[in-house]
Each structure stands twice: as structure tokens, then as C-alpha cells.
Write a protein that binds this ligand. Structure first.
Ligand code: ADP
Length: 267
């Protein structure tokens, strides 16, 4: 009986091992599939703007004499816009790689949130010029422990998304308030919002919401990078949809540092 039990046990263990092996094989196949899908997506994101640059530049060279000034300007605008897009994508890829290898060490100091929001708004002014922007920061916001460069990049990414995914002439609002040991900053737009079951996946790298048979114009890196940067500054970032009007709300929560508490008490 004992032998039989031992045999059965061994068989069970073998089965478990077999199932584990199969799981491992499946996982490897899955990550290989993912890796090749990512490479395809990266190659596509690099090739598309490059093809536009090459097309516009070749047309300028071949037809230079026959082109009007406006046509030349339009072609040059394509070269510049698409080169900027390539530049942004490569910068995003580099940021992502740095984040994943732990090479991003925030250089934090006490900062006034309003100042960083102001410089992000200035940097995004071209992108936002077809929207109305509403900024409401509570008067009692404390100084926050931030890396100004990283935080401005996060805000820029969120403003860029808000502008990209909502119709022109609608309002993008930025609201900051204090909430129990934290400062909460919300960036809200009046676009279609994010499908409720994808509110978390949008923070995965290369994730883009599928709309009909196509995905949006972005690279799927902005929110992954933003989450990495915010978490490096000990904050959190989450996505939701507005209940009253349509549109997405991206919420950043940052801890109020002890120094600011102390300053508040002294005041
Ligand atoms: P990208 O915008 O470059 O594609 P992100 O990581 O910034 O990459 O965003 C991931 C996806 O989340 C976007 O492709 C888009 O589908 C969705 N998304 C992000 N922000 C918004 C928003 N404000 N409204 C609607 N969808 C959004």
C-alpha cells in the first residue's frame, strides 16, 4: 500500500511538474509573441514619420522649380512636424529604457506646484492652442518635494493626451487641491474618455486603446513613463472618467513632505 501511495504521489508530482513546464513554455511563447509585437510596433512608429520626411524631402528636391512658395512651406512643415514626432518617440523610448534599468534617480527639491504647472503650460502652448484651458489651484497648496524636470514632463504628457483625445474648442482643466497629507492634481478633458475596463491598462507600455479597427496617433509610452516618473517621486497616478460630463480625468496624488507640514504649522 505504502509503495502504491508513493507511486501515486510521484505520479502527481510528475503531473504537477509537467503542468509547470507547460506553463513555462506558454509563458515563453507569450513573451516572445509580445516581444515581436512590440518590435513590429516600434518599427512601424519609426518608419511612418520617416517615410513622410523622405517623401516631402524628395518632392522638394525633384520638383523644386515647379513648386509654389506655399507648397514648399507645407512640405517643410511636414518635414519639421514628422521629425519632431520621431524625436519625441525616441526620447520616450530612451526614458522608458532608463526607467526600466533604474537609471532615473529623481533630483528632488521643494518646489511650488504652480510654477511647474505654469512652465508645462507654456511648453504645451502650441498643442493647446485650439482648446480652452482652465487652471484652478487652491491657495493653500504646500511646497512639494519634486524633480521639476520630471514633473514638468509628466504634466506635458497629460496635457498632450488631453489635447489629442478631445475635440478642439472644448475645455481642458487643471485643478489642484489639498487632501489629507497629500496634494491632488487633476487634469480633465471633455473627450470620449477611456473605456472603463482599460483605465488601468493605459499605463502599460505601448498600450493604446483600440478604436474601431485602428489605434490612436500616439506611441503608447506617455502614460507608462508618467507613472514611472510620478512613482519615482513617491506619488501615484490613476485614470478615471468624469461622471458629470464626458472625458478622462488623470489624477496625481503627491505626499506633502514633512518640511512643508512644519512650515505650515509655523505659519
Ligand atoms: P499615446 O497617447 O502616445 O498613445 P499614452 O501612454 O499617453 O500613449 O496613452 C495610452 C492610451 O491611453 C492612448 O493611446 C489613448 O488610447 C488612451 N488615452 C490617454 N489619455 C487619454 C485621454 N485623455 N482621453 C482618452 N484616451 C486617452
Amino acid at each position: 500500500l505504502l509503495d502504491a501511495l508513493v507511486d501515486q504521489g510521484a505520479l502527481a508530482i510528475e503531473r504537477v511538474l509537467l503542468v509547470e513546464d507547460m506553463d513555462r513554455v506558454k509563458r515563453t511563447v507569450e513573451s516572445e509573441r509580445l516581444r515581436s509585437a512590440l518590435l513590429t510596433s516600434i518599427s512601424h512608429d519609426l518608419k511612418t514619420p520617416l517615410a513622410s520626411v523622405l517623401g516631402a524631402a524628395s518632392t522638394m528636391r525633384d520638383l523644386a522649380g515647379a513648386l509654389s512658395d506655399t507648397e514648399k512651406r507645407d512640405l517643410l512643415a511636414t518635414v519639421i512636424d514628422e521629425s519632431e514626432r520621431l524625436n519625441r518617440f525616441i526620447a520616450n523610448l530612451l526614458d522608458m529604457t532608463k526607467l526600466e534599468s533604474g537609471a532615473i534617480v529623481p533630483n528632488t527639491a521643494l518646489h511650488d506646484l504652480g510654477e511647474i504647472v505654469g512652465s508645462a503650460l507654456r511648453r504645451a502652448s502650441k498643442i493647446l492652442n485650439r482648446h480652452k484651458v482652465e487652471l484652478v489651484l487652491a491657495a493653500d497648496l504646500p511646497m512639494l518635494e519634486l524633480d521639476a524636470v520630471l514633473f514638468e514632463q509628466v504634466l506635458f504628457n497629460l496635457l498632450d493626451n488631453a489635447a489629442k483625445y478631445s475635440p478642439p474648442e472644448t475645455t481642458i482643466s487643471i485643478r489642484g487641491r489639498r487632501d489629507d497629507g497629500h496634494v491632488v492634481l487633476e487634469i480633465a478633458d471633455e473627450g470620449a474618455g477611456i473605456p472603463p475596463n482599460e483605465l488601468e491598462s493605459v499605463f502599460d507600455k505601448f498600450y493604446r486603446v483600440q478604436k474601431g479597427d485602428h489605434v490612436g496617433p500616439g506611441t503608447g509610452l506617455g502614460l507608462a513613463i508618467s507613472r514611472g516618473f510620478v512613482e519615482a517621486m513617491r506619488g501615484t497616478i490613476s485614470a478615471a472618467n468624469r461622471s458629470e460630463r464626458s472625458g478622462a480625468v488623470l489624477t496625481i496624488r503627491l505626499p506633502v513632505p514633512a518640511e512643508s507640514h512644519a512650515l505650515d504649522t509655523a505659519a
